[in-house]
Design a protein around this ligand. Structure first.
Ligand code: DX5
Ligand code: ZN
Length: 215
């Protein structure tokens, strides 16, 4: 299972340093939450900051678009060679087309689902997806409580994607307790923000999500 720290809970005034520390602590991927103040009631950062992050590191970057106009972001994200890009099913009319635009250029293409959105909405296009991002909180803020309603969603995806190579990513309220169960249920990527960044020892936090104890 890959661990993808979300920098939403990092110290934004020391971002370069935070990025170095989180990589040294063993992060597999860095999760970047783009929020527009419309789709979610919060604002974060956009393409210029992502571009600077891309320049300073080779670690895989995972851009989670919580915006109502995801299609406007795709060309630049492709050009920057972002590794994973997801947009929300609740925001798009033409999910199939947007996935194709990303995949054609070698970007891993994913769709994110809010807790209330049924996973069945993805079944007709499951073979067009590289990954699914299941939200285990309502998006917009770090530090919220994990919603176990993702478990049946994981199972449905696993049943329907048995022969496909589909990565399942879970985002929101992740801690070492639920990480254990999510790993057993076949989750490939775990996003964690406050669980990692609220403590000083990032390596210890990342390892505890993997089920390891570090002294
Ligand atoms: C929430 C974001 C998450 C957030 C997770 O809208 O999509 O990636 O950073 O934060 P925690 O792990 O604190 O729930
Ligand atoms: Zn996210």
């Amino acid at each position: 299972m890959k661990i993808a720290p979300s920098i939403l809970s990092a110290d934004f005034l020391n971002l370069a340093n935070e990025l170095q520390k989180i990589q040294a602590a063993g992060a597999d991927i860095i999760h970047l939450d783009v929020m527009d103040g419309h789709f979610v009631p919060n604002l974060t950062f956009g393409l210029p900051i992502i571009r600077q992050i891309r320049k300073m590191t080779d670690i895989p970057l995972d851009v989670h678009l919580m915006v109502t106009n995801a299609e406007d972001y795709l060309a630049e994200l492709i050009e920057m060679k972002i590794d994973y890009v997801s947009f929300h099913q609740e925001t798009v009319y033409h999910a199939h087309r947007q996935l194709a635009i990303l995949r054609e250029k070698g970007v891993k293409a994913g769709i994110a689902l809010n807790p209330a959105t049924p996973v069945q909405t993805l079944l007709p296009i499951i073979s067009d997806l590289d990954f699914v991002l299941l939200m285990s909180v309502d998006p917009g803020f770090g530090g919220q409580k994990f919603l176990p309603l993702v478990f049946p969603k994981i199972e449905i995806l696993r049943q329907n994607a048995a022969k496909e190579k589909l990565e399942i990513e879970v985002d929101g309220g992740i801690n070492s307790e639920n990480a254990k169960k999510l790993s057993k249920n076949g989750v490939d990527i775990l996003v964690a923000g406050s669980f990692i960044f609220s403590k000083k020892d990032y390596r210890k936090q990342i390892e505890s999500l993997r089920g390891n104890d570090v002294q």
